[in-house]
Design a protein around this ligand. Structure first.
Ligand code: F7E
Length: 331
């Protein structure tokens, strides 16, 4: 039985990845930080066969102890402060966890990770936010980075460290440059889920409007369930490498609103959307569009869920959930 250690197990991707790895017969261990972490309960309730291990990406000795205890074949480093807007307010903490956390995890894997014959493989969750003020469109593995937020800067550090550990120590360390990926498990702070959840509440008469920031930015949005497969595929290759994971389609927030409101049976969204400058960012990433040709050719990976299906899926899940809460009288 293969053993996998996943940091960021309570996040959207951690949950999909645990499900995928368990279905493939892995024993999955999830790193959980903090005392009485409320999200830990969620992972246990979902019961993807995950065993929780206490540790923190800020605490190097705990990572050494975790790798020693778990003896993983594969480490998936998904743990991070991942909300770009928050990273502007807590830049140092973001650098600490999203940036330095990668170095600590790499070092723990280098020092105690597996035997010479079976060394631990490492996956780093890199991000399209590293491209930021993009130098070319579409973006590929060769596009230079120009991050626009403390989050993006920290991810560049983690990415470069992963490449450096691969080149310096021969670690089987791969980095997935994942473009935005969403699902019904996405946090409510991200724009897609904020829209589908608010829309469901508007539909049920529980809310009047949605307050949003910049509607002009464009993102290459895929489905998280498809993207975790790419992570796994990267670690099954003989050679470690970096891969862009994207759909090759980009849409503005306006277009997301168009599709979501149409699916919900509205003629237009304008009467329901207000602008709030608090959701604007000090520096914005205007347009992301990924070229995942390398992943398609080398990993045989391609996205399955289309943009329209993604929006529908998220809206319908939110409608069901909000309706169920409404019916049980919690509103
Ligand atoms: O923003 C605009 C906002 O927060 C998308 C993370 O997973 O993907 C994600 O980062 C766009 C931005 O995601 C609101 O200004 C407008 O242009 O959903 P988001 P993100 O910043 O693209 C990358 C790949 C990651 O790696 C990150 O971890 O939407 N926007 N109005 C808004 N965004 C939010 N959150 N809320 C608004 O009200």
């Amino acid at each position: 039985m293969k053993r996998a250690l996943v940091t960021g197990i309570t996040g959207q991707d951690g949950r999909y990845l645990s499900q995928l790895l368990t279905s493939k017969g892995y024993q999955v261990f999830g790193l959980i930080h903090g005392q009485a972490n409320p999200k830990a309960r969620l992972v246990i309730e979902e019961n993807f066969g995950v065993e929780l291990v206490e540790g923190d990406l800020r605490d190097f000795p705990s990572l050494i102890a975790t790798v020693e205890q778990v003896q993983p074949d594969e480490v998936y480093n998904l743990g991070a402060i991942s909300f770009v807007q928050l990273s502007f307010k807590q830049a140092e903490l973001t650098a600490e966890i999203t940036g330095l956390g990668v170095l600590r995890m790499l070092e723990a894997v280098r020092i105690v990770g597996g035997s010479e014959r079976n060394p631990t493989r490492f996956y780093q969750a890199s991000s399209s936010e590293m491209f930021g003020k993009v130098r070319e469109t579409p973006q590929t593995e060769r596009t230079p980075f120009h991050p626009r937020s403390p989050y993006g800067v920290a991810k560049v550090f983690g990415h470069d460290m992963t490449v450096n550990y691969r080149e310096s120590y021969g670690l089987h360390a791969s980095s997935g440059i994942l473009f935005n990926h969403e699902s019904e498990r996405r946090g409510l702070e991200f724009v897609t889920r904020k829209i589908t959840n608010s829309l469901a509440r508007i539909k049920l008469g529980l809310q009047d409007t949605i307050s949003l920031g910049n509607l002009e930015s464009a993102r290459d949005w895929g489905y998280a369930g498809d993207y975790v497969e790419a992570m796994w595929l990267m670690l099954q290759q003989d050679e470690p490498d970096d891969y862009v994971i994207a759909t090759g389609e980009t849409h503005t927030i306006r277009e997301f609103l168009d599709v979501a409101f149409r699916i919900a049976g509205y003629d237009g969204w304008e009467p329901y959307v207000t602008h709030d400058t608090r959701f604007n960012r000090p520096a914005e990433v205007d347009l992301l569009l990924g070229d995942a040709s390398k992943a398609r050719e080398k990993l045989g990976w391609q996205p399955k869920v289309t943009f329209e299906e993604l929006v529908r899926r998220m809206y319908e899940a939110d409608l069901k959930e909000e309706q169920a809460q409404f019916d049980t009288g919690r509103h």
